[in-house]
Design a protein. Structure first.
Length: 383
């Protein structure tokens, strides 16, 4: 039985800005451009917004900074920051606020000029971590540890990891907005410079600029706006650790908990899912999340992604925008899972459009496989 919140809110505006490289713009300016795009998409004015949900890498009080920049005095605001999965959690938090009558139009947003401001992967470190003295290259070293353990325990190979990157690039080649396009083969991924064994550059996410914003309202208002509404069907979060050294098992993430709870809230099964959007900061992420979310047994993720199964034309549509590996990754990627899901459900994805997408699973990740948030979005047909 579906949760009472299933389908009670909807996304009515979606906007992006500065995907790839946007020289000359600050992070907040890019965020503002994405908000303008979301407002235009919905046919709304900025004064219609009365709730703000935001998280960034550079604004410690993000919702207040955003409200100030946009000239808003919101009735409700939240700056929960659990890393890249923050925005999937914001979908649930905004739904709670809307249903409680605390607001009428909720803005969820993110912006970063990470590439043009410095061109390096940003990572929020913790001086209390025990591995700090070893000069670990965060967050890459943690993900490399997980990949190495998965390879040792289950026979996963570097070729299997590379196949994740190749599939993502094949989707990106169908997406004119993707930052990294062009040929990519398994051999080319394997031959790239090693960053943290066994992960090469090709196994690691991009460093880009980019911003995205969406607007949520209660479902009874959803048809009053310009575009086809996309409904929030359910979501759940789980967190078992902060530092990788405290992870109970570095081949099992808390997606194993958030996934089943989100499926239950939405009243869905795996066979209902038309699109899977995973936070692929590194190739091992895709393999771990496919396992922990129940699309294949634990240890079989590497074999699951082979033979084009998650590439265009494969049996499971995964990361159809090209993901963080080939489309966009401006420090925190979770908003772009939402943007691609909305595009696919609205049938606005152009050449990469998957047929008959009515239900999308989004899975966000924060820290070093730390915060895990699973959410479902769907069309009116999914209600």
């Amino acid at each position: 039985m579906r949760h009472p919140l299933c389908g009670k809110t909807a996304l009515v505006g979606m906007g992006t800005a500065g995907i790839g490289a946007a020289p000359g713009f600050s992070a907040m300016e890019l965020l503002g451009l994405s908000v303008r795009a979301a407002l235009d998409d919905a046919g709304m004015r900025v004064s219609d917004i009365d709730a703000v949900f935001a998280a960034t890498n550079i604004h410690p009080c993000a919702s207040m900074s955003v409200s100030e920049y946009l000239g808003l005095k919101p009735r409700y605001f939240d700056a929960t920051n659990i890393g890249g999965s923050s925005f999937e959690l914001h979908l649930l938090q905004a739904t709670l606020a809307l249903q409680a009558g605390l607001c009428n139009a909720a803005l969820i947003c993110y912006g970063s000029n990470q590439l043009t401001a410095g061109g390096r992967l940003a990572f929020m470190s913790d001086p209390q971590w025990h591995e700090t003295s070893y000069d670990a290259r965060g967050p890459i070293t943690g993900y490399a540890l997980a990949a190495n353990r998965h390879m040792h325990q289950f026979g996963t190979t570097r070729e299997m990891l590379a196949d994740v990157a190749v599939s993502a690039r094949q989707w990106a080649n169908l997406n004119p907005q993707a930052f990294a396009r062009g040929p990519l083969t398994r051999d080319s991924v394997l031959s790239m410079r090693m960053i943290s064994d066994p992960l090469t550059i090709g196994d690691c996410c991009l460093v880009t600029d980019g911003a995205a914003a969406c607007i949520m309202v209660r479902s009874e208002r959803a048809r009053d706006f310009r575009k086809v509404p996309v409904y929030f069907l359910g979501g759940a979060a789980a967190n078992w650790h902060r530092s990788i050294q405290s992870m109970p098992d570095i081949t099992v993430t808390a997606a194993k908990e958030s996934g089943p709870r989100a499926f239950t809230m939405a009243g869905l099964s795996h066979s209902d899912v038309d699109l899977v959007m995973l936070y692929d900061a590194f190739t091992i992420n895709t393999i771990l999340f496919l396992e922990d979310l129940g699309f294949c047994p634990k240890g079989e993720g590497g074999r699951f992604v082979q033979d084009g199964r998650i590439a265009p034309g494969g049996s499971l549509a995964v990361n159809t925008n090209g993901g963080g590996l080939s489309c966009v990754h401006p420090g925190m990627y979770g908003m772009f899972l939402i943007a691609e899901s909305v595009a696919q459900i609205r049938r606005e994805a152009g050449e990469r459009q998957v047929k008959n997408v009515d239900i999308a699973l989004l899975h966000g990740n924060g820290g070093t496989l730390s915060s895990q948030v699973t959410a479902f979005l769907g069309s009116e047909a999914a209600l």
